[in-house]
Structure formats: structure tokens, C-alpha cells
Design a protein around this ligand. Structure first.
Ligand SMILES: *Cc1c(COP(=O)(O)O)cnc(C)c1O
Length: 399
């Protein structure tokens, strides 16, 4: 049997490669931060990292490492259990409490990842009588979570409030309605228009779910996410997020919001009931992350300053940048091959970025996505901009 299947897989893999879509992983041989070493030709080469979700530069933070180590000494390595059997420690409860305080919500439930949080969100809460109205550019995990649920699905064009209104009108026959949206859309860096979404939700008797994965720690004056940006703290029924991006960059996800929603998820959400607890050290480092972000605004300020600085310089140089309110800067090149050549040339200049093209982004919308971090020094940002300008001229993108 396997011989035939093997041939089938080999041919699939060849097709992926021939289409230029085969993903090759570059191997980092240093901690994750703004300046990293990447394995090359039997040795390692230094590059400036512009493609991590390490927005606040916490992935190698000494305080978080110390908090994780100390917790491992006090509470051990793993839980060997799901939460409801014997996998809940005081640290897990404290982290849930701290997340609720951070977002101004009533209660929080932890997951192994935000992928799990979104995957286990809709199915326990809604039935075939209900409706989910989802932004067309939502993250894969929201799409999968919606697929696992029997609710009627409606989709609206990215951030398009006329379309959302139309879908809400169409969904009036259903019992309960929930609008689901990313806080920040990862390919453009645009923020969802949560103020208008909230207004429409009020008008058409719907609830709102926001995934703050790319916005928590980043968006809003103090980095409290899109609910801070739009003054809607405490008003949104469900927020999901990750500990794997700005919040330390390790693993772990959460759903936070109305008490009864969280309560029911603890009873019925399958990735929570049937998957292991977060390691205690991860919960402890998560707690420390929120302490760091609450006691001072230094990292958030530095990230905002760096983002403004980088985007200002790139625009002044003549690059075509998608409108963004996050730390994501999409440098538009449109042509797929150009995006790959551009990224390869930047790598030669010691700048580590990824070029994205169809089907990850729409056809003829190829781009390089730059992610700015609080960990970047001004010198690193300057080197990034200068390399972009050099390659831009070399490849005829800039005159
Ligand atoms: C990254 C991301 C996730 C997945 O988070 P993990 O914790 O890594 O599983 C979910 N939703 C959005 C919008 C994301 O950007």
C-alpha cells in the first residue's frame, strides 16, 4: 500500500516545489531576538531579524527566564494532566486572573495555544440555530473553529462594514449571532474597525469576538489591544489571544470575556478538556510578562517609537507601505518573483525577512512583511532601511 501512497506524496511535494511554494526552514542557532545567528554553510551568519512576532522583545527577556526557572524549581517540569483532572496549579489560576485584569474582562481560560482557543471556542457555545459572521481575512484557527461548529456561517469582506451590515441583516433569522474578527490582520497590519463593528452588533443584536493575537501588547497607547484603541474595554463578549507573540513569545493561548462563556468553555471546550495543561513555568513567565507590561509602559513606548521611525523612513524612501496601525509593515512589491528576489537580496545584506505571495496574500499583491520590535535598536532599524533602499534601487523598485 505505501508504495502507491508514497508516489502520490512525492508528486504532491514536487508540485508544491514547482509552484515555488515549498517552505524551507532556516535554522536559528542563537536565542530569538532582534539580532540572531542563522546556520549557513556549516557555520553561522549574523542577521537582523525583521520577521518574528517578538513585538516587545520579551522572547529572551532575563526576567521571564528567571521566572520560568524559579517556577520549575518550585513546581516541577510538567503537569501530566488536563486542567480538570489534576492539572491546575495556583500559577495557572493566577495567570488567568492577571489576563482578566489586563483586558478588563470577567474571567479567563488558558489553552495550549491560541489555535486551540479558537478551535475550541464556537462549537461548545453555538448550535445550528445560531450564526457566526466572520471577516474574510480571519486567521486559519478562527476559520477551523467555525468549521467545527454547526452554526450558520456568514462571511464579510475584510473590514467592510457595509458588507458586515448586509450579513447581519441576513442572519436575523438565527437565535444568537456572533461577529468574529482578528484585532490586527497579519498580512497588512490593519486594525479591525472595532468601534463600527460594536455599533453594528448593538444595532443587529449580535455579540463580538476579537482575536488579539497580533494586537495585545502592541495596539493602544498602553498596548492593551484593540479594545483600548477603541475605548471598548469590558464591552466585548469574547477575546482570544496568545502568549506566543508580544506576550513573551513562548506558547500558550487564552480566551477571556464574559463569566458564563468562560465557565461553559471549561465544561465543554474540547482542546481544554482533552489536552495537557500549560507547563507551570510557562504560566509563571506569562504572569511576569503581564507584570512587566503593567508596571511600566517602556516596552510599548519603545515599540511604538520604533514602528513610527521605521515606517516614516521607508515611506520617505519611496516604498509603497500598506496603511497599518500595528507593528506590521507590509512593503508592497506586487510581483511574486520580485518579492522572493528582494527577500533573498536582503538576506545577503544581513536582513532577515520573508516575502509573501499568492495564495498567502491575494494574487499580484506580493509583499515583504516587516515586523518591528521593541528590541530593535535605532542602528538596526537604520541598517534595515538602508538595505531596503539599496536592494530597492538594485531591483528597480526605487528610482
Ligand atoms: C498567531 C495567531 C494565532 C495562533 O496563536 P498560537 O498561540 O501560536 O497558536 C491565532 N490567531 C491569530 C490571529 C494569530 O495571529
Amino acid at each position: 500500500m505505501y508504495t502507491k501512497f508514497q508516489q502520490h506524496l512525492q508528486s504532491e511535494l514536487q508540485q508544491i516545489d514547482a509552484a515555488g511554494l515549498y517552505k524551507r526552514e532556516r535554522v536559528i542557532v542563537s536565542p530569538q531576538t532582534s539580532g540572531i545567528q542563522v546556520a549557513a554553510n556549516g557555520g553561522a551568519t549574523d542577521v537582523i531579524n525583521f520577521c518574528a512576532n517578538n513585538y516587545l522583545g520579551l522572547a529572551d527577556n532575563a526576567e521571564l527566564i528567571a521566572a520560568a526557572k524559579s517556577c520549575m524549581d518550585r513546581r516541577g517540569y510538567g503537569m501530566a494532566s488536563v486542567r480538570f483532572i489534576c492539572g491546575t496549579q495556583d500559577t495557572h489560576k493566577q495567570l488567568e486572573q492577571a489576563i482578566s485584569e489586563f483586558f478588563g474582562t470577567e474571567d479567563t481560560i488558558l489553552y495550549a495555544s491560541c489555535f486551540d482557543a479558537n478551535g475550541g471556542l464556537f462549537e461548545p457555545l453555538l448550535t445550528a440555530e445560531d450564526a457566526i459572521i466572520s471577516d474574510a481575512l480571519n486567521h486559519a484557527s478562527i476559520i477551523d473553529g467555525v468549521r467545527l461548529c454547526k452554526a450558520v456561517r456568514y462571511r464579510y469582506a475584510n473590514g467592510d462594514m457595509q458588507d458586515l451590515e448586509k450579513q447581519l441583516q441576513a442572519a436575523q433569522a438565527q437565535r444568537f449571532r456572533i461577529i468574529a474578527t482578528d484585532g490586527v490582520f497579519s498580512m497588512d497590519g490593519n486594525v479591525c474597525p472595532l468601534d463600527k463593528i460594536y455599533e453594528l452588533a448593538q444595532k443587529y443584536d449580535a455579540m463580538v469576538m476579537v482575536d488579539e493575537s497580533h494586537s495585545a501588547g502592541v495596539v493602544g497607547k498602553t498596548g492593551h489591544g484593540v479594545t483600548e484603541r477603541y475605548n471598548l474595554r469590558g464591552k466585548i463578549e469574547v477575546i482570544t489571544g496568545t502568549l506566543g507573540k508580544a506576550f513573551g513569545g513562548s506558547v500558550g493561548g487564552f480566551t477571556t470575556g464574559k463569566k458564563e462563556i468562560i465557565d461553559l468553555l471549561r465544561q465543554r471546550s474540547r482542546p481544554y478538556l482533552f489536552s495537557n495543561s500549560l507547563p507551570p513555568m510557562i504560566a509563571a513567565a506569562g504572569l511576569r510578562t503581564l507584570e512587566i507590561l503593567t508596571r511600566s509602559n517602556e516596552l510599548q513606548d519603545r515599540l511604538h517609537g520604533n514602528t513610527e521611525y521605521f515606517i516614516g523612513k521607508m515611506k520617505a524612501a519611496g516604498f509603497d507601505i500598506k496603511p497599518t496601525e500595528s507593528a506590521i509593515c507590509a512593503v508592497m512589491l506586487y510581483d511574486a518573483k520580485l518579492s522572493q528576489d528582494f527577500a533573498a537580496e536582503l538576506q545577503k545584506e544581513g536582513i532577515y525577512v520573508t516575502g509573501f505571495y499568492y495564495p498567502v496574500v491575494p494574487k499580484d499583491q506580493a509583499r515583504i512583511r516587516v515586523q518591528v520590535s521593541a528590541a530593535h535598536t535605532r542602528e538596526q532599524l537604520d541598517r534595515g532601511v538602508n538595505a531596503f533602499i539599496k536592494v530597492g534601487k538594485q531591483l528597480g523598485v526605487l528610482k
